[in-house]
Design a protein around this ligand. Structure first.
Ligand code: CO8
Length: 259
Protein backbone atom coordinates (compact mmCIF):
# COMPACT_ATOMS: atom_id res chain seq x y z
CA UNK A 1 0.00 0.00 0.00
CA UNK A 2 1.47 3.37 -1.09
CA UNK A 3 0.92 6.01 1.58
CA UNK A 4 2.69 9.39 1.57
CA UNK A 5 1.52 10.85 4.88
CA UNK A 6 0.35 7.89 6.96
CA UNK A 7 2.16 4.89 8.45
CA UNK A 8 0.29 1.60 8.61
CA UNK A 9 1.66 -1.04 10.95
CA UNK A 10 0.38 -4.26 12.45
CA UNK A 11 1.21 -5.76 15.82
CA UNK A 12 -0.60 -9.09 15.92
CA UNK A 13 -4.29 -8.38 15.74
CA UNK A 14 -3.90 -4.62 16.29
CA UNK A 15 -3.41 -2.15 13.43
CA UNK A 16 -1.68 1.14 14.20
CA UNK A 17 -2.42 4.02 11.85
CA UNK A 18 -0.10 7.00 12.38
CA UNK A 19 -0.69 10.32 10.67
CA UNK A 20 2.84 11.16 9.60
CA UNK A 21 3.35 14.66 8.31
CA UNK A 22 5.21 16.06 11.30
CA UNK A 23 6.64 19.14 9.51
CA UNK A 24 3.08 20.50 9.27
CA UNK A 25 2.07 19.01 12.65
CA UNK A 26 0.15 16.33 10.69
CA UNK A 27 -2.26 18.90 9.21
CA UNK A 28 -4.88 17.34 6.98
CA UNK A 29 -4.81 18.08 3.27
CA UNK A 30 -6.70 16.01 0.68
CA UNK A 31 -3.77 13.61 0.23
CA UNK A 32 -3.51 12.93 3.97
CA UNK A 33 -7.25 12.34 4.25
CA UNK A 34 -7.03 9.90 1.34
CA UNK A 35 -4.14 8.10 3.06
CA UNK A 36 -6.10 7.81 6.30
CA UNK A 37 -9.00 6.35 4.35
CA UNK A 38 -6.76 3.82 2.58
CA UNK A 39 -5.21 2.73 5.90
CA UNK A 40 -8.65 2.33 7.50
CA UNK A 41 -9.86 0.36 4.46
CA UNK A 42 -6.84 -1.93 4.83
CA UNK A 43 -7.54 -2.47 8.52
CA UNK A 44 -11.23 -3.11 7.84
CA UNK A 45 -10.46 -5.66 5.12
CA UNK A 46 -7.75 -7.58 7.03
CA UNK A 47 -9.35 -10.53 8.85
CA UNK A 48 -6.43 -10.62 11.31
CA UNK A 49 -7.05 -7.06 12.54
CA UNK A 50 -9.43 -6.75 15.47
CA UNK A 51 -8.77 -3.25 16.80
CA UNK A 52 -7.31 -0.11 15.21
CA UNK A 53 -5.28 2.57 17.03
CA UNK A 54 -5.08 5.99 15.40
CA UNK A 55 -2.29 8.33 16.48
CA UNK A 56 0.06 11.03 15.18
CA UNK A 57 3.82 11.21 14.62
CA UNK A 58 5.87 13.78 16.51
CA UNK A 59 4.39 16.41 18.80
CA UNK A 60 0.92 16.57 17.23
CA UNK A 61 -1.96 14.17 16.87
CA UNK A 62 -3.31 16.39 14.08
CA UNK A 63 -3.11 20.23 14.28
CA UNK A 64 -6.16 20.64 12.08
CA UNK A 65 -7.06 20.84 8.46
CA UNK A 66 -4.20 22.27 6.42
CA UNK A 67 -4.67 26.03 6.52
CA UNK A 68 -2.40 26.71 3.53
CA UNK A 69 -4.37 24.14 1.52
CA UNK A 70 -7.66 25.89 2.39
CA UNK A 71 -6.46 29.51 2.26
CA UNK A 72 -7.67 30.36 -1.26
CA UNK A 73 -10.59 27.98 -1.55
CA UNK A 74 -13.83 29.10 -3.17
CA UNK A 75 -17.12 28.28 -1.37
CA UNK A 76 -17.82 25.13 -3.39
CA UNK A 77 -14.24 23.92 -2.91
CA UNK A 78 -14.57 24.49 0.83
CA UNK A 79 -17.83 22.56 0.86
CA UNK A 80 -16.28 19.70 -1.13
CA UNK A 81 -13.28 19.58 1.24
CA UNK A 82 -15.57 19.53 4.27
CA UNK A 83 -17.55 16.68 2.70
CA UNK A 84 -14.38 14.74 1.90
CA UNK A 85 -13.21 14.95 5.52
CA UNK A 86 -16.69 14.17 6.82
CA UNK A 87 -16.90 11.06 4.63
CA UNK A 88 -13.52 9.72 5.79
CA UNK A 89 -14.34 10.42 9.45
CA UNK A 90 -17.80 8.85 9.11
CA UNK A 91 -16.13 5.75 7.67
CA UNK A 92 -13.98 5.53 10.80
CA UNK A 93 -17.02 6.05 13.02
CA UNK A 94 -19.14 3.42 11.28
CA UNK A 95 -16.54 0.76 10.36
CA UNK A 96 -17.23 -2.47 12.18
CA UNK A 97 -13.92 -2.69 14.04
CA UNK A 98 -13.27 -0.43 17.02
CA UNK A 99 -10.92 2.51 16.48
CA UNK A 100 -9.18 4.07 19.49
CA UNK A 101 -7.60 7.53 19.24
CA UNK A 102 -4.25 7.70 21.04
CA UNK A 103 -4.00 11.47 21.27
CA UNK A 104 -0.30 12.20 21.65
CA UNK A 105 -0.26 15.99 21.18
CA UNK A 106 -2.18 18.81 19.48
CA UNK A 107 -5.69 17.74 18.46
CA UNK A 108 -7.00 21.02 17.11
CA UNK A 109 -9.75 21.77 14.63
CA UNK A 110 -9.87 18.85 12.19
CA UNK A 111 -7.59 16.96 14.59
CA UNK A 112 -10.07 17.20 17.44
CA UNK A 113 -12.78 16.23 14.94
CA UNK A 114 -10.75 13.21 13.81
CA UNK A 115 -10.28 12.09 17.42
CA UNK A 116 -14.02 12.49 18.02
CA UNK A 117 -14.84 10.23 15.05
CA UNK A 118 -12.98 7.40 16.82
CA UNK A 119 -14.84 5.16 19.28
CA UNK A 120 -13.06 6.70 22.25
CA UNK A 121 -10.02 8.76 23.07
CA UNK A 122 -7.07 8.21 25.38
CA UNK A 123 -4.78 11.20 25.77
CA UNK A 124 -1.19 11.79 26.71
CA UNK A 125 -0.71 14.44 29.38
CA UNK A 126 0.88 16.56 26.61
CA UNK A 127 -2.27 16.56 24.46
CA UNK A 128 -4.16 19.76 23.71
CA UNK A 129 -7.66 20.00 22.32
CA UNK A 130 -9.71 22.76 20.75
CA UNK A 131 -11.81 24.00 17.88
CA UNK A 132 -9.87 27.13 16.84
CA UNK A 133 -11.77 27.68 13.58
CA UNK A 134 -13.58 30.92 14.46
CA UNK A 135 -10.14 32.49 14.88
CA UNK A 136 -9.62 31.72 11.19
CA UNK A 137 -13.02 33.03 10.15
CA UNK A 138 -14.56 29.59 9.59
CA UNK A 139 -16.54 27.00 11.54
CA UNK A 140 -15.51 23.42 12.29
CA UNK A 141 -16.25 21.51 9.07
CA UNK A 142 -15.30 17.87 9.68
CA UNK A 143 -18.16 17.16 12.10
CA UNK A 144 -17.05 19.25 15.10
CA UNK A 145 -20.28 21.21 15.49
CA UNK A 146 -22.16 17.91 15.58
CA UNK A 147 -19.94 15.44 17.47
CA UNK A 148 -18.63 17.85 20.14
CA UNK A 149 -22.08 18.66 21.61
CA UNK A 150 -22.98 14.97 21.53
CA UNK A 151 -19.83 14.18 23.52
CA UNK A 152 -19.51 17.06 25.99
CA UNK A 153 -22.95 18.71 25.93
CA UNK A 154 -24.25 21.70 24.06
CA UNK A 155 -23.09 24.43 26.44
CA UNK A 156 -19.49 23.24 26.66
CA UNK A 157 -19.35 22.62 22.89
CA UNK A 158 -20.63 26.13 22.19
CA UNK A 159 -18.11 27.67 24.59
CA UNK A 160 -15.21 25.77 22.97
CA UNK A 161 -16.35 26.61 19.42
CA UNK A 162 -17.16 30.28 20.11
CA UNK A 163 -13.99 31.08 22.11
CA UNK A 164 -11.57 28.88 20.10
CA UNK A 165 -9.96 28.12 23.48
CA UNK A 166 -7.39 25.35 23.69
CA UNK A 167 -7.81 22.99 26.64
CA UNK A 168 -5.31 20.59 28.14
CA UNK A 169 -5.74 16.85 28.56
CA UNK A 170 -7.02 17.05 32.15
CA UNK A 171 -9.74 19.52 31.18
CA UNK A 172 -10.62 17.24 28.24
CA UNK A 173 -10.93 14.41 30.77
CA UNK A 174 -13.09 16.52 33.08
CA UNK A 175 -15.59 17.36 30.31
CA UNK A 176 -15.69 13.81 28.97
CA UNK A 177 -13.87 14.40 25.71
CA UNK A 178 -11.28 11.74 26.61
CA UNK A 179 -11.58 8.61 28.73
CA UNK A 180 -8.10 8.58 30.31
CA UNK A 181 -4.99 10.74 30.56
CA UNK A 182 -1.64 8.96 30.85
CA UNK A 183 2.00 10.11 30.92
CA UNK A 184 3.25 10.82 27.38
CA UNK A 185 5.85 8.04 27.37
CA UNK A 186 3.27 5.47 28.50
CA UNK A 187 0.54 6.40 26.00
CA UNK A 188 1.05 3.72 23.36
CA UNK A 189 1.65 0.93 25.90
CA UNK A 190 -1.53 1.91 27.72
CA UNK A 191 -3.62 2.13 24.53
CA UNK A 192 -2.23 -1.17 23.20
CA UNK A 193 -3.23 -2.84 26.47
CA UNK A 194 -6.78 -1.52 26.11
CA UNK A 195 -6.79 -2.72 22.47
CA UNK A 196 -5.54 -6.17 23.55
CA UNK A 197 -8.29 -6.47 26.14
CA UNK A 198 -10.86 -5.71 23.44
CA UNK A 199 -9.15 -8.10 21.01
CA UNK A 200 -9.40 -10.94 23.55
CA UNK A 201 -13.21 -10.79 23.55
CA UNK A 202 -15.81 -12.06 21.08
CA UNK A 203 -15.27 -9.82 18.07
CA UNK A 204 -18.76 -10.26 16.64
CA UNK A 205 -20.06 -9.09 20.00
CA UNK A 206 -17.63 -6.15 20.18
CA UNK A 207 -18.71 -5.04 16.70
CA UNK A 208 -22.34 -5.55 17.63
CA UNK A 209 -21.86 -3.25 20.66
CA UNK A 210 -20.42 -0.57 18.34
CA UNK A 211 -23.34 -0.90 15.95
CA UNK A 212 -25.95 -0.88 18.73
CA UNK A 213 -24.45 2.19 20.44
CA UNK A 214 -23.91 4.10 17.17
CA UNK A 215 -27.35 3.37 15.77
CA UNK A 216 -29.18 3.69 19.08
CA UNK A 217 -27.72 7.15 19.70
CA UNK A 218 -29.38 8.40 16.51
CA UNK A 219 -32.97 7.52 17.47
CA UNK A 220 -35.47 7.72 20.32
CA UNK A 221 -35.08 5.35 23.30
CA UNK A 222 -37.90 2.99 22.30
CA UNK A 223 -36.50 2.49 18.81
CA UNK A 224 -33.01 2.20 20.35
CA UNK A 225 -34.17 -0.63 22.63
CA UNK A 226 -35.53 -2.38 19.54
CA UNK A 227 -32.14 -2.03 17.83
CA UNK A 228 -30.45 -3.50 20.91
CA UNK A 229 -32.88 -6.42 21.13
CA UNK A 230 -32.46 -7.24 17.42
CA UNK A 231 -28.67 -7.15 17.61
CA UNK A 232 -28.66 -9.11 20.89
CA UNK A 233 -30.87 -11.80 19.36
CA UNK A 234 -28.73 -12.20 16.24
CA UNK A 235 -25.68 -13.06 18.39
CA UNK A 236 -27.42 -16.29 19.46
CA UNK A 237 -26.77 -17.51 15.91
CA UNK A 238 -22.99 -17.27 16.41
CA UNK A 239 -20.38 -19.80 17.47
CA UNK A 240 -18.92 -17.09 19.72
CA UNK A 241 -22.07 -17.01 21.86
CA UNK A 242 -22.01 -20.80 22.21
CA UNK A 243 -18.30 -20.82 22.99
CA UNK A 244 -18.49 -17.87 25.40
CA UNK A 245 -21.30 -19.34 27.46
CA UNK A 246 -20.01 -22.93 27.30
CA UNK A 247 -16.58 -21.77 28.47
CA UNK A 248 -18.20 -19.96 31.41
CA UNK A 249 -20.15 -23.07 32.42
CA UNK A 250 -17.06 -25.27 31.98
CA UNK A 251 -14.97 -22.75 33.99
CA UNK A 252 -12.39 -22.23 31.25
CA UNK A 253 -11.28 -19.34 29.04
CA UNK A 254 -13.28 -19.01 25.82
CA UNK A 255 -11.50 -19.61 22.50
CA UNK A 256 -13.28 -17.19 20.19
CA UNK A 257 -13.03 -17.77 16.45
CA UNK A 258 -14.82 -14.72 15.11
CA UNK A 259 -17.68 -16.85 13.82
N1 CO8 B 1 -2.22 23.80 8.69
C1 CO8 B 1 -1.06 23.97 8.03
N2 CO8 B 1 0.14 24.02 8.63
C2 CO8 B 1 0.16 23.91 9.98
C3 CO8 B 1 -1.00 23.72 10.73
C4 CO8 B 1 -2.25 23.66 10.04
N3 CO8 B 1 -3.40 23.44 10.66
N4 CO8 B 1 -0.68 23.66 12.04
C5 CO8 B 1 0.67 23.78 12.10
N5 CO8 B 1 1.18 23.94 10.86
C6 CO8 B 1 2.58 24.12 10.49
C7 CO8 B 1 3.06 25.54 10.80
O1 CO8 B 1 2.71 26.44 9.77
C8 CO8 B 1 4.55 25.33 10.90
O2 CO8 B 1 5.08 25.24 9.59
P1 CO8 B 1 6.50 25.97 9.23
O3 CO8 B 1 7.50 25.28 10.12
O4 CO8 B 1 6.66 25.66 7.79
O5 CO8 B 1 6.31 27.39 9.57
C9 CO8 B 1 4.67 23.93 11.52
O6 CO8 B 1 3.41 23.30 11.30
C10 CO8 B 1 4.94 23.98 13.01
O7 CO8 B 1 3.94 24.79 13.60
P2 CO8 B 1 4.28 26.05 14.56
O8 CO8 B 1 5.60 26.61 14.21
O9 CO8 B 1 3.09 26.97 14.49
O10 CO8 B 1 4.36 25.31 15.96
P3 CO8 B 1 4.04 25.95 17.40
O11 CO8 B 1 4.50 24.94 18.40
O12 CO8 B 1 4.55 27.34 17.49
O13 CO8 B 1 2.43 26.03 17.45
C11 CO8 B 1 0.19 25.20 17.12
C12 CO8 B 1 1.67 24.84 17.40
C13 CO8 B 1 -0.37 25.96 18.32
C14 CO8 B 1 -0.55 23.89 16.94
C15 CO8 B 1 0.12 26.08 15.86
O14 CO8 B 1 0.84 25.44 14.81
C16 CO8 B 1 -1.27 26.31 15.37
O15 CO8 B 1 -1.99 27.14 15.92
N6 CO8 B 1 -1.70 25.59 14.29
C17 CO8 B 1 -2.97 25.79 13.68
C18 CO8 B 1 -4.06 25.16 14.52
C19 CO8 B 1 -5.40 25.41 13.91
O16 CO8 B 1 -5.86 26.54 13.81
N7 CO8 B 1 -6.08 24.33 13.47
C20 CO8 B 1 -7.37 24.42 12.89
C21 CO8 B 1 -7.27 24.49 11.40
S1 CO8 B 1 -8.82 24.75 10.61
C22 CO8 B 1 -9.57 23.25 10.68
O17 CO8 B 1 -9.04 22.29 11.18
C23 CO8 B 1 -10.92 23.18 10.06
C24 CO8 B 1 -11.40 21.73 9.93
C25 CO8 B 1 -12.57 21.65 9.02
C26 CO8 B 1 -12.19 21.94 7.61
C27 CO8 B 1 -13.39 21.94 6.73
C28 CO8 B 1 -13.02 22.07 5.25
C29 CO8 B 1 -13.38 23.34 4.62
Amino acid sequence: MELANVLYEKEGDIAIVTVNRPKALNALNAETLADIEKAMDAAAADPEVKVVILTGAGRAFVAGADITFMQNMKPLEGRAFAMLGQAVFRKIETMEKPVIAAVNGFALGGGCELAMACDFRIASDAAKFGQPEVGLGITPGFGGTQRLPRLVGEGMAKELCYTADTIDANEALRIGLVNHVVPADELMTYVKNVAKRIASKGQLAVRACKKAINEGMQVDIDRAMGIEADIFGILFSTEEQKEGMTAFVEKRKPAFTGK
